[in-house]
Write a protein that binds this ligand. Structure first.
Ligand code: SAH
Ligand code: MG
Length: 215
């Protein structure tokens, strides 16, 4: 990975540990020559630098979806709240300006395209085959299953489905992403490719049409 972008990714605010970020980059660099990628869960753009670096290397593009109001665990009084991200006028978290600064600094404004809104609303209108889907948005069953059902049908043959925050042991973290990941595996539609920390990569191996139905 470009050392300047790697340094910016390491320094960016966010939740992706270095080894997981590099694994995401490697996976994206291999897949993105085949088409665009989509990320659910932008936050301040840390993972978007890894994906954007791969998009640049591959001559491709990354769409990143977020309402920029933070997840449940980012709200005041919760474990991952950061009061410096609150917009005083709205009285709510707004990570959009931080994301934009991250992308400007990285020079990735051509490669990373922000979509600002709830993932369910965007998914309802999504019609583009994907080389890679990165699910790192809301961590409730409703959100993670909605992201899977909304966007994973659009992963094209040979494309990757990447989940973040997969914890087999409840002592390590919330179980909703794990349940969704198990559901994907049990469907037989994906093959396990690799995992680094809580980042798990599945691959679509069949040659059928896109979109396809998910059980
Ligand atoms: N990928 C980021 C971390 C994402 S944190 C990084 O590398 O640091 C999860 C993000 O998902 C938050 O920014 C939150 O606003 C967003 N999110 C949660 N539920 C969402 C939903 N239903 N629609 C859109 N974004 C959502
Ligand atoms: Mg995450």
């Amino acid at each position: 990975m470009d050392p300047v972008l790697l340094k910016l990714a390491l320094d960016a605010r966010g939740f992706l540990p270095p080894q997981e970020g590099l694994a995401l980059y490697e996976e994206a660099a291999a897949r993105l020559p085949g088409g665009p990628a989509l990320e659910v869960g932008t936050w301040c753009g840390k993972s978007a630098i890894y994906l954007g670096a791969a998009a640049r290397a591959a001559g491709s593009v990354v769409f990143t979806v977020d309402h920029h109001r933070g997840s449940e665990e980012n709200q005041p009084g919760w474990e991952y709240h950061d009061s410096s991200l609150v917009d005083p006028e709205a009285g709510r978290i707004d990570t959009l300006p931080f994301f934009r600064r991250t992308m400007t600094r990285a020079g990735l404004e051509e490669e990373v395209v922000a979509i600002i809104g709830r993932s369910a609303v965007v998914a309802r209108h999504w019609r583009t085959p994907l080389s890679l889907l990165f699910i790192d948005g809301g961590h409730t069953d409703e959100h993670v299953a909605g992201d899977y059902e909304g966007f994973a049908p659009w992963i094209q043959p040979g494309g990757s489905l990447v989940f973040h925050d997969i914890f087999a042991d409840p002592a390590d973290g919330g179980q909703a992403p794990w349940r969704c990941y198990r559901r994907a595996l049990d469907s037989g539609l994906w093959e396990q490719a690799q995992h680094v920390g809580s980042l798990h990569v599945l691959r679509r191996t069949d040659d059928g049409p896109t979109p396809r139905a998910l059980p």
